[in-house]
Design a protein around this ligand. Structure first.
Ligand SMILES: C[S@@+](CC[C@H](N)C(=O)[O-])C[C@H]1O[C@@H](n2cnc3c(N)ncnc32)[C@H](O)[C@@H]1O
Length: 263
């Protein structure tokens, strides 16, 4: 039976978080930086380096999953509202907030991103990691604008459609090293150029940065050596240089971060 998109997302992620909690995310307390870096990896480290002080700022973590980004925001002293369609994700986020002594900084609630229960202009910043590409852009962008204060910010890190050459190389490596492919939901699709442009046309863009061209190798090494491999920061430095200065390389990137301000 085909479920409506939100119901099938909810079912998929409830199932995956139930499994995840028993395996990789058993420890709710984040004392292992590698665990936090599962979500708060390079693009978010970059974001935290340019956004400035978040002390007391009202931040919405859209599609918070199991709350890793919310914890990173709370570490940066933000007042976080975390929402997700998966009640299991929300229950883990609440437990994680408590276990890390952030129950005063993180409030997690189960709700739809399309219908955020708060007054207009409430948030200073809306963020999300890997969520927009699960949603209908023309519905979610106006909702984000509604809940943002005038001059409020948005920051999202999302996968983008890689070119055919990249996909071929990746598929070869996946086969060669017998890497387990990530499960995907029926409705997710990396953001297209048009979708990225739609976001850009609705906000004053402060930074749009590509990630995971050469540094994709770090992710692949993590998969092959089950998170025990060394990371090579040089790949990220080359990526940043290429994205900025060698424009034709842009179609080789797997992810982007967009930081913008409400117009
Ligand atoms: C790829 S996961 C990312 C989770 C988290 N941000 C992270 O980085 O681990 C996408 C998340 O979006 C949530 N989601 C999907 N559709 C949603 C919707 N309509 N409203 C709220 N959350 C939604 C899913 O339940 C899931 O937790």
């Amino acid at each position: 039976m085909n479920l409506p998109p939100e119901d099938s997302e909810k079912e998929f992620f409830n199932r995956s978080y139930e499994g995840g909690l028993n395996e990789a995310y058993e420890d709710l307390v984040i004392d292992n930086p590698r665990e936090l870096s599962d979500v708060v990896d390079e693009p978010w480290t970059y974001f935290f380096s340019i956004i400035g002080n978040l002390k007391g700022k009202k931040v919405l973590d859209l599609g918070c999953g199991i709350g890793l980004l919310s914890i990173a925001l709370a570490i940066n002293e933000a007042q976080v509202t975390a929402i997700d369609i998966s009640e299991i994700g929300i229950s883990i986020t609440n437990k994680r907030a408590k276990a890390n002594n952030f129950q005063d900084r993180i409030l997690a609630k189960c709700m739809s991103a399309y219908n955020i229960q708060c007054q207009d202009g409430y948030f200073d910043l809306v963020v999300g990691n890997g969520i927009l590409h699960h949603l209908e852009m023309e519905e979610i962008i106006p909702e984000i604008k509604r809940v943002l204060k005038p001059n409020g910010y948005l920051c999202f890190v999302e996968p983008v459609i890689p070119n055919r050459f990249n996909r071929t190389i990746k598929n070869m490596l996946v086969k060669l090293f017998k890497i387990k492919k990530q499960d995907l939901t029926e409705d997710e699709e990396p953001l297209s150029k048009e979708e990225v442009n739609y976001i850009k046309s609705n906000f004053k863009i402060i930074s749009c940065q590509g990630f995971y061209f050469l540094s994709k190798i770090n992710q692949l090494l993590d998969k092959i050596f089950e998170n025990k491999s060394k990371h090579f920061p040089i790949f990220s430095l080359i990526d940043r240089f290429c994205y900025k200065h060698i424009k034709f390389t842009r179609s080789f990137f797997w992810g982007i971060s967009i930081l913008g301000r409400k117009k």
